[in-house]
Design a protein around this ligand. Structure first.
Ligand SMILES: [Fe+2]
Length: 540
C-alpha cells in the first residue's frame, strides 16, 4: 500500500546419464533457455512445488524434463518426470513433486533439449519433534526503487527453512508513477513502461522481476511461501475494486483475473487461479513446532477501505470505524482460520502470516514533527490536511486492520481462545514494527506482532518530511505503548527463529538500496516465550 497520495500508501544416476545433459552451471545455452531462473515453494512434509520458465519459444508446445535429487551433483535422483508447457501458461512450468522424504534438503533442475537449468535448492517440511525453524520474512520489493540487497542476503544464508513473502512481490505502476524517480539512474525502468492492466502486462512485469540476479538467487536457494498483497494486482485493492483502478482502465474483474492468472503462472504457489474465487489462504505444518497460516487480507473478503483524501473529516473516520459489519478476511476465511487454529492445538506455536498491520496505531500530532516545506511524495494539500487531522489522533492508516476494528477484535478473540502461542507476521507498510496485541480494555497481550521492513519500497520519511530523523517513530511509540519497536527509515528483512521455548524476530536493515554495494546491521531483536504470551515481547 503506501502510495503517492499517502495511503493513495524437484531414479537414479542412470537416468541422469541417459538424458545426456550438460550439468555445468551457467552455460550460455542454459542462460538463454532459462532466463528467469528456477524457484520452489509451498513445501509440505512430502511435497514441494518446483518452477521455471522457458524462454525463446514461439508458439510450440515445449517438453520439459525435471529432476529432484538428494545431492547437489544430481547423482541420486529421487523423483523425475516430464511436463509440457505452452503459450497458454506463458511457457512457465510448475510441478507439484510428491512422495518426497520429510525434513530433507533437496536439489532440482529442468532440462530442455539436453540443456539444463541451474540447480535449485529446496527443503521439505519436518515431521514430529522439531528443535528449531528459521524463516526470512519479506515484503514490498519495488524493482525501480532500488537493488534487491535483502534478497541477496537471504540467498546467502544457509540456515533458513523457507522464505515467507507477504506480498507486494511486484508493483503495478508505470514509469513516472509511484517510486520510479530513480529508475532510469539505476537502469531499473519498469517493463512495460506503463501501468499493468492486461494479462500480457502482468506477465511482462513478472518476467522482468525474475531477471533480477538477487531475486533469482533467493529463489534458487530457498523454498518461498508467498501470498499477494495489493500491488500484484492494483494499489489498495479489495474484493470488488481498487484505489488504483478506474473505469477507463476496463472492467475490474478482468484486470483482477489477469493479475491472478499471471501470479499463478509465475509464482511457485500450489493451486489454480479461479478469478474472484481464488483461495490463497492455506496452512503449513513444521512438525509439532508450529503451524503457519497464510491469509489473504486483500482480495478474498475485504470490504472497501475508508478513502483517505483531502475531504475526509474526523467524524467520517469514526463513523466508518464503528461499523461492526466491516470485514477484512470475510466470513468464510474467518471460519477457515478458526478451524485451522483449532486443529493446530498440537503445535507449540501458531504463526499467522498476513499482509497488513494488526497493531492499532494512533497518529501523533504531526505539526511539531513535520517540516511542511520539506521534500515529500505527497501533495502539499494532502500533507497539510494530514497535519491538521493528526490533532485528534486518528488511526495512522485505514488500509490496515485499524480500518476494520470490529473484525480485528474478532481476530484477537479467536487467537486468545483457540491459539496457545499466537504470533502474527505482517508487512505492507515499509516499516519495521513489533507490538503486543491486546483486546480492547485489557492490559495483557493475547498475541504479538512482528512486521518486516520493505525490500526496497520507500518509507514514511519519504512521505512525511521529518524535522528530526526518527522523530515520527519516537512520537508514535510514545503515543502507542503497545508498540515495542518502530523503524521507518531503513529497508531490509526480518529473520524469525522459532524453538519450542521462544520465538524471536531479528530485523536486518540495510544502509541503502540505491548503491550496488550493500551493508547492513541487525537493528533490533525481540522475543516472546512459549506459554508466556501474556508477558509480551522482550529484548533478547
Ligand atoms: Fe508495499
Amino acid at each position: 500500500m503506501l502510495r503517492r497520495r499517502f495511503i493513495h500508501l524437484f531414479g537414479s544416476g542412470i537416468l541422469f546419464a541417459a538424458l545426456g545433459v550438460n550439468s555445468r552451471r551457467g552455460t550460455t545455452a542454459s542462460r538463454d533457455t532459462f532466463q528467469h531462473g528456477v524457484a520452489s515453494g509451498d513445501p509440505l512434509a512430502d511435497a514441494v512445488i518446483i518452477w521455471t520458465r522457458i524462454s525463446g519459444a514461439q508458439g510450440e508446445i515445449i517438453r520439459v524434463d525435471w529432476q529432484v535429487a538428494s545431492d547437489s551433483g544430481m547423482q541420486t535422483v529421487l523423483r523425475s518426470g516430464q511436463a509440457k508447457t505452452d503459450a497458454d501458461r506463458d511457457y512457465t512450468v510448475k510441478i507439484d513433486v510428491d512422495d518426497l522424504p520429510p525434513g530433507a534438503q533437496l536439489y532440482y533442475r529442468f532440462i530442455v533439449d539436453g540443456v539444463a537449468s541451474r540447480i535449485g535448492t529446496t527443503r521439505t517440511l519436518p515431521r514430529g519433534d522439531v528443535p528449531a525453524a528459521r524463516f526470512a520474512v519479506v515484503s514490498c520489493s519495488n524493482y525501480p526503487t532500488g537493488y534487491f540487497h535483502a534478497y541477496r542476503e537471504i540467498a546467502d544464508r544457509r540456515d533458513l527453512d523457507a522464505v515467507i513473502h507477504l506480498g507486494d512481490y511486484l508493483y503495478e505502476y508505470g514509469l513516472g508513477e509511484y517510486a520510479t524517480e530513480y529508475a532510469e539512474q539505476l537502469d531499473r525502468i519498469p517493463n512495460p513502461r506503463h501501468e499493468l492492466i492486461s494479462l500480457e502486462d502482468y506477465r511482462l512485469r513478472h518476467a522482468q522481476y525474475k531477471t533480477d540476479p538477487d531475486l533469482q538467487a533467493m529463489h534458487a536457494a530457498h523454498p518461498v511461501i508467498a501470498v499477494w498483497d495489493d500491488h500484484e494486482i492494483a494499489n489498495d485493492c479489495w474484493r470488488k475494486g481498487a484505489q488504483n483502478h478506474n473505469d477507463d482502465e476496463g472492467r475490474w474483474g478482468k484486470r483482477r483475473d489477469a493479475a491472478i492468472k499471471a501470479y499463478f503462472e509465475w509464482m511457485p504457489i500450489r493451486g489454480e487461479s479461479r478469478g474472484k474465487h481464488t483461495k490463497i489462504f492455506r496452512e503449513f505444518r513444521f512438525g509439532k513446532l508450529l503451524s503457519l497460516t497464510m491469509l489473504d487480507t486483500r482480495l478474498y473478503g475485504r470490504d472497501r477501505q475508508p478513502q483517505m483524501n483531502e475531504n475526509m473529516q474526523s467524524n467520517d473516520v469514526h463513523r466508518m470505524l464503528s461499523d461492526p459489519g466491516r470485514r477484512l478476511l470475510g466470513k468464510k476465511q474467518e471460519q477457515w482460520l478458526r478451524d485451522t487454529l483449532s486443529r493446530a492445538s498440537e503445535t507449540t506455536w501458531q504463526v499467522v502470516a498476513q499482509q497488513v498491520l494488526v497493531s492499532p496505531v494512533r497518529a501523533p500530532d504531526l505539526e511539531p514533527l513535520i517540516d511542511p516545506e520539506g521534500p515529500t511524495m505527497l501533495s502539499r494539500e494532502f500533507l497539510d490536511h494530514s497535519i491538521a487531522m493528526s490533532k485528534s489522533h486518528p488511526p495512522l492508516l485505514l488500509d490496515t486492520w485499524d480500518g476494520y476494528a470490529a473484525a480485528r477484535q474478532d481476530l484477537l478473540t479467536d487467537l486468545k481462545e483457540l491459539a496457545a502461542n499466537p504470533v502474527v507476521l505482517s508487512g505492507d507498510l515499509h516499516t519495521s514494527i513489533a507490538g503486543n496485541l491486546h483486546l480492547p480494555g485489557q492490559t495483557e497481550p493475547v498475541a504479538v506482532e512482528f512486521m518486516t521492513a520493505s525490500v526496497t519500497s520507500p518509507g514514511f520519511a519519504e512521505y512525511l518530511p521529518e524535522r528530526r530523523p526518527g522523530g515520527l517513530s519516537d512520537a508514535t511509540r510514545k503515543l502507542n505503548p503497545n508498540l515495542k519497536y518502530m523503524e521507518t527509515d531503513r529497508r531490509g528483512w526480518l529473520c524469525m527463529t522459532i524453538t519450542p521455548a521462544e520465538c524471536s524476530g531479528e530485523w536486518h536493515l540495510l544502509d541503502g538500496v540505491r548503491s550496488r554495494q550493500n551493508s547492513s546491521t541487525i537493528d533490533r531483536r525481540l522475543s516472546v516465550a512459549a506459554g508466556r504470551i501474556a508477558e509480551g515481547l522482550y529484548d533478547s
